[in-house]
Ligand binder design. Structure first.
Ligand SMILES: [Zn+2]
Length: 432
């Protein structure tokens, strides 16, 4: 059986039965080693089926004391879908210790949660599952493991990270250390002190889900789909696609809250990103066409000259995204005559859009399609769209980072346009 490591200790989650959601199952296997799984609490005295991660076996001859991790697995709980993974390690006294980690939204893996009963002895009956004591899986705030975004400076000490995911999951730029905590730039451009969080030492890509806050929803589709939320859903999927390719990406916004464009741009600059990619869906609809009306806006160095890296990334994004979206059958696409990789300039010759003009790092802004168009809005509400669009975006970013490809779709003549100013309204969110 699983033996309590803390004999006589009072389980801190006792009494919180309605919140108890997961436990770890473990068993000895005939070939030696331990197999692990996770079980969701289903209410009453019911525990759901064991969910088996693809990688779930811990050999007996691994280094003692070092945690190993199962592959991530999605578990349906009373509070909705949670991504978790199981940590396991061999202990010096013999046997295996298990723990659970929860994936926070946009914030990576939380700290290892240790059930009170969490040790599996080696001499238990082979093949029979044993259960840990229950664990409460909670939404953020989350206590974080040691940093796993970017590398700390080589001098050995932690130093000051460039950014931070706060305990509430809000990404912020770090301005300096304050005692054992951090001075950070808030989403609304103020400074605040934060006591803890997941340090970010750098990121290759910053993904900016366009819009945010109740006052800035972006476009709203005829089916009620809100651009602010669609952009975030797609951005998260892009981040996951990039992570699967070992490309570090951080979101500039991780919830429905709003943040200033200047703050988002400065965040990408602070992280020293290779690019910031702003994710949008367009309105109002252009003419109806048989081919996607994707537009990708890129940076200028002068009235006549695009910024080379921004333009190359834009070309790759346009090529991959339009190719991928074209495979969806029977869509009536909105499309402007000059759709493509574009520079949009103010009459004074500067880039018109704040998310293009403000970052010092290479920046692009993608309008994947027209949310105002019923045919496209219906498509954008599907998992198939999120999957295809995120893969195409990641393909382009991967090619930008790892090849010299230039992409296609450049429109040489800039569009001259004075867009509506981004809202200056901003309401701060709780950081911890
Ligand atoms: Zn937008």
């Amino acid at each position: 059986m699983l033996i309590s490591a803390v004999v006589g200790a009072i389980c801190s989650s006792a009494g919180a039965q309605s919140e108890v959601q997961l436990r770890i199952a473990a068993r000895r296997v005939a070939t030696g080693g331990t197999e692990v799984a996770v079980q969701p609490y289903e209410g009453g005295s019911h525990w759901g089926d064991r969910v088996l991660p693809a990688e779930r076996f811990l050999s007996d001859d691994v280094e003692i004391g070092r945690w190993r991790y199962s592959s991530p697995v999605a578990v349906q709980t009373l509070a909705g879908e949670q991504w978790v993974r199981i940590a396991a390690r061999r202990v010096a006294a013999g046997g295996t210790e298990v723990a659970l980690q929860q994936l926070g939204e946009g914030v990576g893996w939380g700290s290892r949660m240790l059930p009170t009963r969490r040790f599996l002895s080696d001499d238990v009956e082979t093949g029979r599952w044993r259960s840990s004591s229950p664990l409460t899986v909670s939404p953020p705030p989350v206590q974080f493991s040691p940093p796993d975004i970017g590398e700390p400076p080589a001098d050995g000490e932690e130093g000051t990270p460039r950014g931070l995911i706060t305990p509430r999951g809000v990404p912020v730029a770090v301005l300096g250390r304050v005692g054992s905590g951090y001075l950070v730039r808030t989403p609304c451009g103020n400074t605040a002190e934060v006591s803890a969080g997941q340090p970010i030492y750098g990121a290759q890509i910053v993904i900016d889900p366009g819009h945010g806050g109740w006052w800035d929803t972006g476009a709203v589709g005829p089916n009620g789909l809100v651009e602010r939320d669609l952009n975030l859903t797609l951005s998260r999927a892009i981040q996951e696609e990039l992570a699967a390719r070992d490309i570090s990406a951080v979101l500039a916004r991780t919830g429905s809250y709003g943040s200033l464009l200047s703050v988002r741009a400065a965040f990408a600059d602070a992280l020293g990103a290779d690019a910031i990619v702003s994710v949008h869906h367009n309105a109002p609809t252009g003419r109806i066409s048989g081919t996607p009306g994707t537009e990708v806006y890129v940076q200028s160095v002068s009235r006549s000259e695009p910024q080379a890296d921004s333009a190359r990334l834009g070309g790759l994004l346009y090529e991959e995204i339009t190719t991928a979206l074209s495979a969806f059958p029977n869509i009536r696409w909105g499309r402007h005559a000059d759709a493509g990789v574009l520079r949009v300039l103010l009459p004074d010759g500067h880039d018109a859009y704040g998310m293009i003009r403000r970052p010092n790092v290479p920046a692009v802004l993608i309008e994947y399609g027209f949310l105002s168009n019923p045919s496209e809005a219906a498509l954008f509400a599907t998992d198939g769209y999120i999957s295809v669009a995120s893969k195409a975006t990641a393909d382009a970013i991967e090619a930008y980072l790892n090849t010299d490809r230039l992409g296609t779709g450049f429109i040489s003549r800039p569009r001259v346009f004075n867009p509506a100013r981004a809202p200056s309204r901003c309401e701060e969110v709780t950081l911890e």
